[in-house]
Design a protein around this ligand. Structure first.
Ligand code: MTE
Ligand code: MO
Length: 206
């Protein structure tokens, strides 16, 4: 027991030293499910995805239309604020940067707010959402997303803690001002960079 525990610790230390495991994280081989509230029962026949705010053209896609958009595959690590990281997860969907070309942004767009089922929201600066690895994921390991992992579509923002990757996406808002989301208003850090261990907001004590 102790030997196994020590070996795991050593392995995690090695990965931290190699720069792959962010500070305070430990590795999981499972795929934990984490969210607030129940899994929504989304019917793909009526689901739509819309973009609004600082866009040149407001647009809406049905599930059939959305799946026609060219996709990229991203294989990378994910890091949850509760302390688990999972390596080499494989996701597929349109790259957000390319997706934006379909409707265009106004010069005032600075933040992207993901709106998901049950009123869940999360905010990320536009600049960070233009990274190569930010996609609107609708496949995991080559198959459609499981309902508990966000079917039909989730945002995927691997350079932030995983709460910034909104499951059950309904709308993307492009905003001139920042709008702290569900967990961000509840005390999670506004930026959520795992490498800087930005888990929670610093609170003024007095
Ligand atoms: N819509 C929605 N998306 C969400 C959440 C949520 O509560 N609602 N939780 C976030 C959190 S805290 C995490 S860690 C990841 C977990 O994703 P997974 O269940 O696919 O592992 O989803 C994120 N996306
Ligand atoms: Mo999380």
């Amino acid at each position: 027991m102790t030997d196994n525990f020590q070996r795991r610790r050593d392995e995690e230390q090695r990965m931290q030293d190699e720069g792959r495991l962010p500070p305070g994280q430990s590795l999981t081989l499972k795929f934990p499910v984490l969210h607030y509230g129940p899994v929504p029962n989304i019917d793909p026949a009526t689901w739509t995805l819309s973009v609004f705010g600082e866009v040149e053209r407001e647009m809406t896609w049905t599930w059939d239309e959305f799946r026609q958009i060219p996709t990229v595959e991203v294989s990378t690590d994910i890091h949850c604020v509760t302390g688990w990281s999972k390596f080499d997860t494989v996701w597929e969907g349109p790259r957000l940067r390319d997706f934006i070309e379909l409707f265009g942004l106004t010069p005032d767009a600075r933040y992207v707010i993901a709106h998901a089922a049950h009123g869940f929201t999360t905010n990320v600066p536009l600049e960070d959402m233009l990274d190569d690895d930010v996609i609107l994921a609708w496949k995991y390991n080559g198959a459609l997303l499981e309902p508990e992992h966000g079917f039909p579509v989730r945002t995927f923002v691997p350079k932030r803690y995983f709460w910034k990757s909104a499951k059950w996406l309904l709308k993307l808002e492009f905003s001139a001002t920042d709008k702290p989301g569900f967990w961000e208003q509840a005390g999670y850090h506004n930026d959520g960079d795992p490498w800087q261990e930005q888990r929670y907001q610093r609170r003024r004590m007095f």
